[in-house]
Design a protein around this ligand. Structure first.
Ligand code: HEM
Length: 271
């Protein structure tokens, strides 16, 4: 299913760039990095086109870390969002389509797996897991290239380097720096310490991906890096099955997105 999304993802990316091309400048986050994943996710979930703008606003509210005074707004948005998802589930149950939500609803109706609360949290998980990670990779990846103009030049001169550049940007920028929590199922001695059975553990993916025993000169951004067995998508049973093939450009994919900008080294405004 994921691989089938590739042409549509390319099309959405092209449309977003076309929309700003005439201006000759863009806000990478607002104009591209935010709308790209949420548009893909909402299409995947079968959110009707008329609701997508609202869906985007809600999802953005959910993934943004709230400032204290905005907490109430966030809770109100969450409530409306849950209500919306419940209506969507009822709608997909009455009129199933070929989208993921319909598939999940049908599985629930067959008694296969998920109840309503689990369905809602699965949709939440997709939004949260899929959104910020992608925004981080695009935003910090572009920043890393702008800060390393020699790497940017290499890539622009030879777009076939894109697959290895993306692996390196995943390693170097660590879009997800810590794993979700795990709990030790037994006492684990490690480097002179013992992690006791039942204790909560987070794996630091960013530490693993800058481990000098694994990566020579780990602090160096090197899009030609040969051995690059990073853990930016995690490892083991919680490995991010979902997007890894999408985040990685196929060798045959059109380089149109990377081709488009004339000179991307212009003014950079950080936030
Ligand atoms: C650059 C983009 C992405 C990166 C770097 C990334 C990274 C990760 C990592 C490190 C994990 C494992 C976390 C852990 O072990 O605790 C994970 C899990 C997951 N990711 Fe991604 N992710 C990305 C994009 C996405 C997208 C676009 C989606 C969905 C639309 C997605 C859905 C998920 C889900 C559902 C899980 C949980 C899998 C499980 O617990 O079994 N991710 N991701």
């Amino acid at each position: 299913m994921i691989e089938q999304l590739r042409p549509r993802v390319q099309q959405i990316a092209d449309e977003l760039l076309e929309a700003v091309q005439a201006q000759g400048r863009m806000d990478l986050i607002v104009d591209f990095a935010f709308p790209l994943p949420i548009t893909v996710i909402s299409e995947m979930l079968g959110i009707p086109a008329k609701d997508r703008q609202q869906f985007r606003v809600w999802s953005q509210t959910i993934v943004n870390v709230p400032m204290e005074p905005q907490m109430e707004d966030k809770l109100a948005a969450l409530e409306m969002f849950v209500q919306y998802i419940k209506t969507l589930l009822a709608d997909k149950s009455a009129h199933p389509g070929s989208d993921l939500t319909s598939g999940l609803v049908q599985a629930e109706e067959r008694g296969d797996s998920l109840n309503e609360a689990e369905l809602i949290s699965t949709i939440f998980l997709l939004i949260v897991a899929g959104h910020e990670t992608t925004v981080n990779l695009i935003g910090n990846g572009m920043l890393a290239l702008l800060e390393h103009p020699e790497q940017m030049r290499l890539l622009r001169a030879d777009p076939s380097l894109l697959p290895s550049a993306i692996e390196e940007l995943l390693r170097y920028t660590a879009p997800v720096s810590l794993s979700s929590p795990r709990w030790a199922s037994e006492d684990i001695p490690m480097h002179g310490q013992v992690i006791r059975k039942g204790e909560m553990v987070f794996a630091s993916l960013i530490a693993a991906d800058t481990d000098p025993q694994q990566f020579p000169d780990p602090e160096v951004l090197d899009i030609l890096r040969q051995e690059n067995q990073h853990v930016a998508f995690g490892k083991g049973i919680h490995y991010c099955l979902f997007p890894s093939s999408l985040a990685r450009p196929s060798r045959s994919s059109s380089p149109s997105t990377s081709d488009r900008s004339g000179d991307s080294s212009g003014d950079i405004m950080r936030r």
